[in-house]
Design a binder for this molecule. Structure first.
Ligand SMILES: Cc1cc2nc3c(=O)[nH]c(=O)nc-3n(C[C@H](O)[C@H](O)[C@H](O)COP(=O)(O)OP(=O)(O)OC[C@H]3O[C@@H](n4cnc5c(N)ncnc54)[C@H](O)[C@@H]3O)c2cc1C
Length: 407
């Protein structure tokens, strides 16, 4: 951590979680200096972004990480996804994607958030262009036509810092976004995700499972050391009862919903829950402040798109800023151009994710039969399957140069 902030920076990032930390590296790669103010020190167990959850990243996101210079470190702690298996409980229809059928080594990779945090911090420490301040809390944000000014709480008292551009990467609740009067569209799915790691009798062999159950989707993602990361949707009023189950009872309930594809569930790790709420900011910027990551949108994890979309935002924002002549990074034209470039991908990703969450939450019999037919059809139609694979790998979305395969 740098000792004391300068009075002024070209770019200030509020929040050094998954989005803010990744953006700082993307900016450094483009030769742009920034300061990051993060409320928690990297090694604090309560750090909310780099917690025990896992994140599934698409092949396009892996390209972005490689272009940020963290690809090798990342792959050392991540498990490649070689196959995807999608099915619905109590129905025989299913579809499978295999990386090699689409000319790829892997469709993506899964990592624990805290491991991703370690990788990002190791690389940030080596970057002279990043001034990292933690624990520090940004209390207030003001702006005029020339600059933005932040009031920051540090261990030495309050300091003020000026910036041409402020990036809010302070998460879904973001009081600072609210202070800018950026409204958000909020959809509460009435469900929560139960998250934990489990061990299974049979090896996962790099297969990610997405299974639709009467209560909502269940994902079992391949992790290192032959573990699986579970993300299991349940109605809010049932979640507590699942947390209260003994390890054996929980394993049996999970086997009931997941089926016997990997044999018995032999071990269940610590369980956590997260409410599933979709939130989308009405605009990506106001004045000299831009929102990214969960501050811009948080999604239902059904399609594992939240951070993947966030990384595409980061790749674009860093490219837009690299094209600025001079140092007025917060100029209206720059941020309007960024918002315009992100509109299609953002709207499409939010729409697909919300539609999937609603489609697979509907237990009406005709809907269930149609879904099952869809899965069967998808499995035998090469063109549709290729389209689905490209989406899963993140290549059908509008992509920046940083996400392209040949960069
Ligand atoms: C159950 C679950 C599963 C998921 N699975 C996937 C997946 O498989 N694939 C995928 O792509 N995405 C997934 N996601 C989404 C992914 O977790 C989010 O996109 C990601 O965590 C967003 O990170 P962020 O940095 O924007 O926000 P956060 O993680 O909320 O980080 C915000 C940071 O800002 C800091 N902060 C806040 N306020 C201040 C302040 N005033 N001053 C200083 N610092 C501040 C906080 O301390 C924190 O470090 C999943 C989400 C959930 C809930």
């Amino acid at each position: 951590m740098t000792a004391k902030p300068n009075n002024t920076y070209p770019v200030v990032i509020v929040g050094g979680g998954m989005a803010g930390a990744s953006l700082s590296l993307a900016l450094a790669r483009q030769g742009i200096a920034c300061a990051v103010f993060e409320a928690y020190a990297a090694n604090m167990p309560s750090q909310p972004s780099f917690d025990d959850r896992t994140v599934a990243l698409s092949a396009a996101s892996l390209n972005i990480l490689r272009n940020l210079g963290v690809g090798d470190d990342f792959m050392r702690v991540a498990e490649p996804i070689k196959h995807i298996h999608v099915s619905e409980q109590s129905h025989i229809g299913f579809t499978r994607l295999k990386a090699k059928d689409h000319g790829m080594e892997q469709l993506g990779a899964v990592v624990e958030n805290w491991q991703l945090g370690k990788v990002l911090h190791k690389n940030i420490e080596q970057q002279a262009l990043i001034d990292w301040f933690a624990p520090t809390k940004v209390l207030q944000l003001e702006q005029d036509s020339d600059k933005a000014q932040l009031t920051i709480e540090t261990s030495d008292g309050e300091v003020t810092v000026e910036a041409s551009l402020v990036v809010l990467a302070d998460g879904a609740r973001s009081p600072l976004r609210n202070s800018l009067h950026i409204e958000s569209d909020i959809r509460d799915f009435g469900t929560s995700a139960i998250v934990c790691n489990v061990a299974t009798q049979q090896a996962h062999q790099g297969c990610a499972y997405e299974r639709f159950t009467a209560d909502g989707p269940l994902a079992m993602l391949p992790l290192t050391h032959n573990r699986m990361a579970l993300v299991w949707s349940k109605p809010n009023d049932e979640v507590e009862s699942y947390l209260a189950l003994s390890e054996q009872e929980f394993a049996t309930a999970l086997e009931n919903d997941f089926g016997a594809r990997l044999g018995r569930i032999t071990k269940v790790g610590k369980r956590f829950t997260f409410p599933l709420i979709q939130q989308q900011a009405e605009t990506l910027f106001r004045g000299r402040c831009v929102v990214i990551g969960n501050a811009a949108q948080s999604l239902h994890p059904i399609a594992g798109q939240g951070f993947n979309l966030g990384l595409r935002d980061i790749a674009y924002l860093s490219q837009c800023l690299a094209a600025v002549e001079g140092d007025d990074y917060g100029a209206y034209q720059v941020l309007r151009d960024y918002e315009h470039k992100r509109h299609a991908d953002r709207s499409k990703t939010v729409w697909i994710t919300e539609s999937l969450a609603r489609l697979f939450a509907n237990s009406w019999a005709p809907m269930s039969i149609s879904r099952n037919l869809m899965l069967k059809a998808l499995d035998i139609m090469p063109v549709a399957k290729d389209f689905f694979a490209q989406q899963a790998m993140g290549f059908n979305f509008q992509n920046s140069k940083l996400a392209a395969n040949d960069e």
